[in-house]
Design a protein around this ligand. Structure first.
Ligand code: NAI
Length: 697
């Protein structure tokens, strides 16, 4: 049992002990229940204190038991809370550090609560697409008032204990104690040991002066802010029950809503993303206890678009950065951009002026490789040309200290070749950031043939420090994300040839939930980038057919927003995409040249061809071992490519649709003479899973 029991001075102290955050797994629940029974039975015990060992009171449900029978085995959380609430001796929660989800619901079932200042208090269930399921929506409004409670439940965000204690009339915390919170709780328990009746949060009333108007208002706000997620609106409904229904009826309502949400695809997607993020940091053949190298100083080569953004990540994390460039002008330009970015944040009130100064003071620049001799991690972000990278890596090999990690931000080049420019290929790794590098969450960590395990472990650790979601990719053209997006772009091009307009394609995929369709995205990133890549790639692979419309667009000089015209027209200084007659005519002429009679293409076909092209390529990537699990692919698309979170990523979406149905659709697409029948042959892995009736997970 993961809870200990001792009696101190007539007060039984039950201490949850389930590291790291005292998750309320079965053994912990059993431990608490046994403690309550023992305290009830012992005449010498006058009161009970429940607390948590280590770094938390309790972080809530034990995520390791999610979905297993243990999660709901008796005593489940509801029965445990009821046992505590009905204890005939006063139960005091001694709360510190973290009190979240089920942990807060348990505390609300106690008769009294004493908290340490600085405790993070939250009901974060909404972030997993759920409502609190053990009375949180019914008890919290009774303890702190309807509006603060609904704010906490709908946002899922933590609030500090001392702030909650300031709410007039609140009964959440009877005391905030500095110093030892368990001692404070024992002292308090002795004070109130004989007071009867025992106060129960459930017996209080949750009141609001204008409940109908308030809940209508809340519902409208939530709907506008979270239109693709059902849980936030359900939080409003549950809290409304706390005001309008009897406690027991409210509890039944909450339970029903919880169970129904559990089955929604949105909840499934959010839980999938939650676990996928944790899984991404684990590399199958790199043990978790692999020693890591210390990263105290970072150097970045190149102060361009990527070098500047990459540097900001480390400065933000308090790690000193030295940027190396070829010329002083390039340094000045790069530093200017970094400053402008920070100053914009200061202006918006997102960054304090002294923090800005502090970050800039960690930044130094040089034109001289010798100045990089102390760097623990060196990230190269120079022009995308192998010969340029070669010069840089040979120079780094000369000056970098032994054990320094040498990383390349290349997006298309072979990391093994880059590693071979040095005498220490084991220290070379790809760190593929996404633009803007100081904003985008995704980091593809590219594992070369010879990359050492401790280098990987170190880079995964540093990624966490700079708040990136790191996913490991093997070496191949485009790595995971861009290799998949190439197929998606090819499909987008074919759709134009067959009869769609850029606007129709963008609208369909944006309605599906992508932040931006492929053509608006091209205009934002610059259509010339893809043009340059195609010139190289399709010379190497002449058999790979693609639509020439994008090349024709570039030949017209329509590179996108930066030239004021791309797939769409743009008005000076504005980013609104205006459908372009010139582009529509160009596409029509191109069709005529190919002898294609346009047809009407519905949104479903557009979405499925785009998304299933990602899925099929991803299956090849998995089969080749470039990615180690399907959930990694979902993480890449959720954090780097604007795939809608409520759909959980392309692989999760494919599972929701049913892999059998996905393959059927691919077979249909293969029959289209204007598409690429070869590409639509289901990848062997996908075919195998369908034949065996299995899923990616
Ligand atoms: P950029 O052209 O904005 O910046 C490159 C910088 O490197 C320039 O300031 C240049 O003066 C400097 N440079 C060139 N050769 C150098 C050398 N030998 N020594 C020192 N500095 C040198 O290019 P960008 O966009 O920042 O790309 C850099 C790298 O990042 C490329 O490998 C690119 O493929 C990769 N990348 C780019 C992304 C993007 O969206 N722009 C996304 C992900 C990766």
């Amino acid at each position: 049992m993961s809870a200990s029991y001792e009696v101190r001075d007539g007060v039984a102290v039950i201490t949850m002990n389930n590291p790291p955050v005292n998750g309320l797994g079965l053994a912990t629940r059993q431990g608490i229940a046994a403690g309550i029974e023992q305290a009830q039975a012992d005449a010498a015990v006058k009161a009970v204190v429940i607390t948590g060992a280590g770094k938390a009171f309790s972080g809530g449900a034990d995520i390791r038991e999610f979905g297993s029978p243990k999660a709901v085995a008796e005593p489940n959380l509801l029965s445990l809370i009821s046992l505590v609430e009905n204890c005939t001796k006063p139960v005091v929660a001694a709360i510190h550090s973290v009190c979240m989800g089920g942990g807060l619901e348990l505390a609300l079932g106690c008769h009294y609560r004493v908290a340490a200042p600085g405790t993070n208090v939250a009901l974060p269930e909404v972030k997993l697409g759920l409502v609190p399921g053990a009375g949180g929506t019914q008890r919290l409004p009774r303890a702190i008032g309807v509006e603060p409670a609904l704010n906490m439940i709908v946002s899922g965000e933590p609030v500090k204990s001392e702030l909650l204690a300031q709410i007039p009339g609140q009964t959440l915390f009877q005391k905030i104690v500095d110093g030892d919170v368990v001692e404070g709780a024992i002292a308090y328990a002795k004070e109130i040991a004989d007071a009867r009746p025992l106060p129960r949060v459930r017996d209080a009333k949750a009141r609001h002066p204008n409940p109908d108007a308030y809940f209508q208002f809340a519902r409208n706000t939530v709907k506008a802010m979270a239109k693709n997620f059902p849980a936030p609106a359900k939080c409003v409904d549950c809290v409304e029950q706390a005001v309008k229904a009897k406690f027991e009826a409210g509890m039944v309502y909450e339970r029903e809503v919880f169970m129904a949400l559990m089955l929604t695809p949105e909840c499934k997607a959010l839980r999938h993303a939650f676990f996928a993020e944790r899984a991404a940091s684990k590399i199958p053949d790199v043990p978790e206890d692999t020693p890591v190298r210390e990263i105290k100083k970072v150097a970045v080569i190149g102060a361009g678009t990527m070098g500047g953004g990459i540097s900001m990540n480390f400065l933000n994390a308090g790690i000193p950065v030295t940027i190396l460039e070829m010329k002083q002008e390039a340094i000045d330009r790069g530093i200017g951009v970094i400053k402008k970015n920070y100053e914009a944040q200061v202006k918006k009130g997102k960054l304090k002026a002294d923090k800005y100064e502090q970050r800039m003071s960690l930044l130094s620049t040089t034109l001289n490789y010798a100045d990089l001799k102390d760097a623990d991690l060196i990230i190269e972000a120079v022009f995308e040309e192998l010969s340029v990278k070669e010069k840089v890596f040979r120079a780094l090999d000369e000056v970098a200290k032994p054990g320094a990690i040498l990383a390349s931000n290349t997006s298309t080049l072979d990391v093994n070749k880059i590693a071979a420019f040095t005498k220490r290929p084991q220290d070379v790794v790809g760190m593929h950031f996404f633009s803007p590098a100081n904003v985008m969450k995704l980091l593809e960590v590219v594992r070369g043939e010879k990359t050492a395990k401790d280098v990987l472990a170190t880079v995964m650790g540093i990624a966490k420090k700079i708040k990136k979601t790191a996913v490991v990719s093997g070496v191949c053209d485009g790595f995971i994300g861009n290799r998949m997006i190439e197929q998606y772009s090819r499909q987008a091009g074919f759709l134009l040839e067959e009869g769609a307009t850029p606007q129709q394609v963008d609208r369909a995929i944006e309605k599906f939930g992508f932040a931006m369709g492929p053509f608006r995205m091209g205009d934002l990133a610059g259509n010339d980038i893809g043009w340059a890549i195609r010139k190289r790639r399709y010379v190497e692979k002449p058999s790979l057919r693609y639509s020439k419309t994008a090349d024709l667009l570039c030949e017209m000089g329509r590179f996108g927003q930066k030239t004021g015209a791309g797939w769409y027209d743009y008005q000076p200084g504005k980013r609104d995409a205006i459908p372009s007659d010139v582009v529509v005519k160009m596409i029509e002429d191109h069709r005529k040249e190919l002898g294609i009679t346009p047809r009407k293409i519905d949104d479903e076909e557009i979405v499925h061809r785009l998304v299933y092209s990602l899925v099929n390529e991803a299956c090849h990537i998995l089969e080749e071992g470039i990615a180690s699990k399907a959930s990694d692919i979902d993480m890449v698309y959720l954090t780097g490519y604007g795939f809608p979170l409520w759909r959980g990523g392309p692989m999760c979406y494919a599972e929701t649709q049913g892999l059998f149905n996905v393959v059927q659709a691919m077979k249909r697409f293969a029959k289209n003479p204007l598409d690429d029948a070869k590409f639509w042959e289901p990848a062997p892995l996908l075919a195998r899973l369908v034949a065996e009736g299995k899923n990616f997970s």
